[in-house]
Design a protein around this ligand. Structure first.
Ligand SMILES: [Zn+2]
Length: 278
């Protein structure tokens, strides 16, 4: 009788600190073991994690996490799924949160358009995307943009605004090379999620091969979108190592070399005094 062997999964190692530029640390998926998850990430040289807000409550939670954990930084904002719940005080409360927590908040978002789920009406998504782009600029924050199946409208809104004064990220990039070029022309960073490790992610792999290294960021989008070999499981900041390994391989550079670029990019975008030890 043969015993089925468990497939060994070896963890890639980075000698250079990495940044997870997009994770939802406040979500229930992490409730039971967040301390362990952060510790484990830190021990493997993932030195900064941006916890992204999707509504007022999660924005507050992200700020609280940043206050509690030195390696966590927060963003605030209302996700396109949730913009139909915006009432007349919501955005002023978000702004107030930003004003009072400047040392913990590194960006505004995620905001944008999601035409896959359409949990909020597309018309209101566009309206609140515009509103929140203005608010981000008032607050002097870079923007984290969410775009699912809404490339055209996302570009239209960004182009009518012109270059974002404090920069921004096209998070969880899902377009082709032509779209990537348009995004780069707008001066945005492109953030690569764990899906790049999937065998069928041919289009994303092609994009990754030709992006300028100084426009590239890495993210988990945890607890969602775990990379291979954990596809379908809960994602966490540690797994950014698999994404980094795949991106480095596609670029034919070492993981360390890639980490140097992506961490420097994160530091440039999010600015001082953040990530001072990177
Ligand atoms: Zn997200």
């Amino acid at each position: 009788m043969t015993k089925r062997k468990q497939k060994e999964v070896s963890l890639p190692v980075s000698g250079t600190p990495l940044v997870d530029t997009h994770c939802h640390l406040d979500m229930d998926a992490y409730k039971a073991d967040l301390d362990h998850i952060l510790q484990n990430a830190y021990q493997h040289n993932i030195r900064a994690i941006v916890s992204v807000g999707i509504d007022l409550a999660s924005s507050i939670a992200a700020v609280d996490l940043s206050r509690k954990h030195e390696m966590v930084f927060a963003t605030i904002g209302i996700h396109p799924h949730d913009v139909d719940n915006i009432i007349n005080t919501t955005l002023s409360m978000v702004a107030d949160l930003a004003e009072k927590n400047k040392n913990h908040i590194v960006g505004y978002g995620e905001i944008g358009l999601d035409y896959v789920k359409n949990y909020s009406s597309p018309e209101n998504q566009r309206k609140q995307f515009r509103n929140q782009l203005s608010l981000a600029e008032d607050l002097q924050l870079p923007v984290i943009i969410h775009d699912r199946e809404a490339h055209e409208d996302t570009l239209t809104i960004l182009k009518e605004r012109g270059p974002l004064k404090y920069g921004g990220i096209m998070h969880c990039f899902s377009g082709d090379i032509d779209f990537a070029q348009e995004v780069l022309d707008l001066g945005l960073y492109i953030s690569i999620p764990g899906t790049v490790t999937f065998k069928n992610a041919q289009s994303l792999k092609e994009v990754v091969k030709c992006l300028p290294l100084d426009s590239l960021l890495l993210e988990t989008d945890g607890p969602f979108l775990a990379p291979q070999p954990f596809r379908g499981k809960r994602n966490e900041p540690l797994y950014i190592l698999y994404t980094a390994q795949e991106v480095a391989a596609l670029r034919d550079i070492s993981l360390d070399e890639l980490a140097k670029h992506t961490s420097r990019n994160a530091k440039t975008l999010f600015g001082r005094p953040f990530f001072t030890d990177l």
